[in-house]
Design a protein around this ligand. Structure first.
Ligand code: ADP
Length: 290
């Protein structure tokens, strides 16, 4: 079983031709809701591949929380250890999409109430996992507690350091694998990527968008090439990569093989709309790899 510890959000997407300025009201062209949160997305990525997946997270008891939980269950994600907080809202991300750019406001709500206290209550699930996957849309202190439990009990843990503002230096030694994208890597370790990779062999794996991903194996730099596709929507590429990478490791692949598997899986996800919309089943990934 793979456990994902992280955020559960509802994405509220508004499309408009005109972004309002101060004091203005504008008409938008469409509104849609999507299941999101890096934690939930990564859990769905793993479950789609057919692996037993457990989610540790938090929701409110509002309609968004109910819908998010129902959807996770439908995706075969075990939600027994998702905590419900009646006096808090489920996390939401309001995304204003215009031709010029995307503007996003995240209200973490219940995600911020997932504290070390909750983690202690579900410690057995963490200890019993083949691998744990975690990101930074929950309190940093909670992340640290999970990383410490994993280290103490020799459970490998993939830390996807996003959003990077919530990253703490002490996470580096506690995590087994760190999977920033290029800009997150630079923001954590500085401009010299070669040097950073060499400092953390077989731990630091940097994703490079359509180029794939790279890491240092202790002797040489390994570039694992991405798959050439016509991208439709790259939202959730990183989430698909992380979930699939963890899946690969849990299935006994080495790092290079797991990264190649994750590149293939993420390349399929960018061919469809939405973060979760394009996440592939195992057969599709194997087909792309063949
Ligand atoms: P993030 O989505 O977190 O910013 P990246 O952009 O590095 O991270 O993408 C994560 C992974 O998704 C890449 O390592 C790659 O495997 C895959 N990917 C992203 N964009 C593309 C693309 N345009 N074509 C093919 N694969 C892609």
């Amino acid at each position: 079983m793979i456990t994902v510890v992280g955020s559960i959000n509802m994405d509220l997407v508004v499309e408009t031709n005109h972004v309002p300025g101060k004091g203005e009201t504008k008409l938008g062209t469409s509104f849609s809701t999507h299941f999101g949160g890096k934690g939930a997305n990564q859990a769905v990525a793993i479950a789609r591949l057919g692996k037993e997946t457990g989610m540790i997270g938090a929701c409110g008891t509002d309609s968004y929380g109910e819908k998010a939980l129902k959807s996770l269950k439908q995706e075969n994600v075990n939600t027994e250890n998702v905590f419900l907080f009646p006096n808090e809202t489920t996390g939401i991300a309001t995304i204003i999409v215009s031709e010029a750019d995307n503007r996003i406001i995240v209200v973490p709500g219940a995600n911020n109430l997932l504290t070390s206290g909750e983690i202690e209550r579900v410690k057995q699930q963490i200890i019993g996992s083949e691998i744990v996957v975690i990101q930074l849309e929950i309190p940093a202190e909670t992340v640290q507690t999970v990383l410490k439990i994993c280290k103490e009990h020799d459970v490998p843990v993939v830390l996807n350091p996003a959003p990077v503002d919530n990253f703490k230096e002490k996470f580096i030694d506690l995590a087994t694998y760190l999977t920033p994208n290029e800009s997150e890597c630079i923001s954590i370790f500085g401009e010299n990527m070669e040097q950073s990779l060499e400092r953390y062999p077989n731990k630091l794996i940097v994703t490079l968008g359509d180029q794939g991903a790279r890491y240092y194996d202790g002797e040489k730099h390994i570039f694992v090439e991405g798959f050439r596709v016509e991208p439709v929507d790259t939202t959730g590429a990183g989430d698909t990569f992380n979930g699939s990478f963890a899946y690969g490791l849990a299935e006994g692949m080495g790092i290079e093989e797991a990264v190649r598997f994750a590149n293939a899986s993420a390349s399929i996800s960018v061919e469809k709309q939405g973060a979760q919309g394009g996440m592939p089943a195992l057969g599709e990934v194997l087909l792309r790899l063949s």
